[in-house]
Design a protein around this ligand. Sequence first.
Ligand code: UDP
Length: 237
Amino acid sequence: MAKRVLVKFSGEALAGESGFGIESGILDYIAMELKTLVNSGIQVGIVIGGGNFIRGVSASQGGIIRRTSGDHMGMLATIINGVAMQEALEYHGINVRVQSALEIKEVCETYINRRAMRHLEKGRVVIFVAGTGNPFFTTDTAATLRAVEIEAEVIIKATKVDGVYDKDPAKYADATMLKHISYEQALKDNIKVMDDTAIALAKDNALPIVVCNMFKKGNLLAILKQEENAIYSKVSN
Ligand code: UDP
């Protein structure tokens, strides 16, 4: 069983049906799923996106907001999500810390790798917010970076679909799920597991990427326990 993992949720996932904001029922569900990992002795780091509030690319589309500012806005959105997730985890009795790549010290800790490692060792969940702290990156890249930095054995990208498909399952009925693909294939075939920067970083550091459906109850733990019934796709060497 993996001892330390980084789980990445998209911001959109928190929004539920409405596609915007935070649905408390989903926060609650995710917290309970993560609790099963913590109770099994797994050390958990989390990165949440910000797409349920704002994405830099979309915000800057009208030409009024510069991309850099749009990205700053996007990073701030991830802080909102992280603070919300902290509350949900604490509600379920889990020890948790939020660490931000941008200093916002009245709200949460600033990201310090050694401090994060210590929290994890003590069984605290660490939520990494504000992405990498730099514009022109995504939270997928931030999640991969933090996963490598905290020496996680695997990064789990928790999505709305069961795994990686050869084509878009929403558009094509004959799309088939791929159990395993190589980093090269993920980059070459333009399979949108994560953006290229994130995949390249995972590849350089031989960090396996697991893609799974966050709404399949018990699946996260089943994956980490390498159970037969676990449903996921894996990108690795
Ligand atoms: N962002 C950024 N640098 C980072 C991570 C994120 O500038 O290192 C900004 C970027 O504008 C992005 C937004 O934060 O669009 C929200 O993140 P993302 O789109 O990755 O969220 P998700 O799609 O996972 O909800």
